[in-house]
Ligand binder design. Structure first.
Ligand SMILES: Cc1cc2nc3c(=O)[nH]c(=O)nc-3n(C[C@H](O)[C@H](O)[C@H](O)COP(=O)(O)O)c2cc1C
Length: 209
């Protein structure tokens, strides 16, 4: 109750809701405090089970309809994407009172310009994760970070990292649908945008929340 009389401009406006959604997503790339900075990314495993995990959002391009994430090329999610590129990305921003559900297909890029640039633009500390000797998810007899002992607690030098570039991959999720839920006491608003490749545009429609 006690919803203020003034509603956000996007409340009854599909185009402005779309702008608001992308505004939140794009801000999440650089704003580490934004919940959009660490979405939940879902893939499908070999048994058809959904598998979810938090990942840091590294880039968002409305023109390309892509979200970029970084991961270990030996990770379980990389294997899942190779088998089935279907991917969902979920964000909830409590301050904005907005849930954004996106789905599409992921392109796994371990080699090439996108991955090379993503690697060189990451801090040495962030790239240290890729120095793990065994693949992420490998069972271990001991509690372990997986990193070689000589780098524990240290920041690697550029030349020490070069050998580990092979363990790094950029994931490009190409978004096909975006679903929006805006929570308001006066009445929630739900909308969906579906990419129409024939029209080269987003087909928008309201949904009952
Ligand atoms: C705050 C936070 C940020 C994370 N960021 C990433 C990330 O950017 N990339 C990544 O591969 N894993 C990230 N992880 C770890 C994943 O959630 C997951 O545990 C790991 O990637 C193994 O997933 P998989 O076995 O499905 O491949 C993050 C975890 C947390 C809690």
């Amino acid at each position: 109750m006690n919803e203020p009389d003034s509603f956000p401009a996007f409340y009854d406006d599909l185009a402005l809701s779309f702008e608001e959604a992308w505004g939140l997503i794009v801000a999440g790339v650089t704003d580490r405090k934004s919940p959009c900075h660490m979405p939940i990314v879902g893939t499908v495993d070999a048994l058809g089970m959904p598998q979810l995990r938090i990942m840091i959002l590294r880039d968002a391009s409305l023109d390309a309809r892509t979200l970029r994430f970084h991961t270990d090329s030996r990770s379980i999610k990389a294997e899942q994407i190779a088998q089935n590129p279907a991917t969902s990305v979920l964000i909830y921003d409590p301050e904005a009172k907005v849930q954004i559900r996106m789905s599409g297909k992921t392109l796994f890029t371990a080699i090439g310009d996108v991955a090379d640039r993503a690697w060189s633009e990451s801090t040495p500390f962030a790239r240290r994760c890729y120095m793990a000797e065994a693949a992420p998810g490998t069972p271990s007899e001991e509690p372990s970070s997986g990193l070689p002992d000589w780098i524990a607690g240290k920041q690697p030098e550029e030349e020490q990292l070069a050998d580990y570039r092979v363990n790094f991959a950029a994931l490009l999720v190409e978004i096909e649908t975006i679903e929006w839920l805006y929570l308001a006491n006066a009445g929630h608003r739900r909308a969906r945008w579906q990419w129409d490749s024939a029209q080269n545009s987003w087909a928008a429609r309201w949904l009952i929340p």
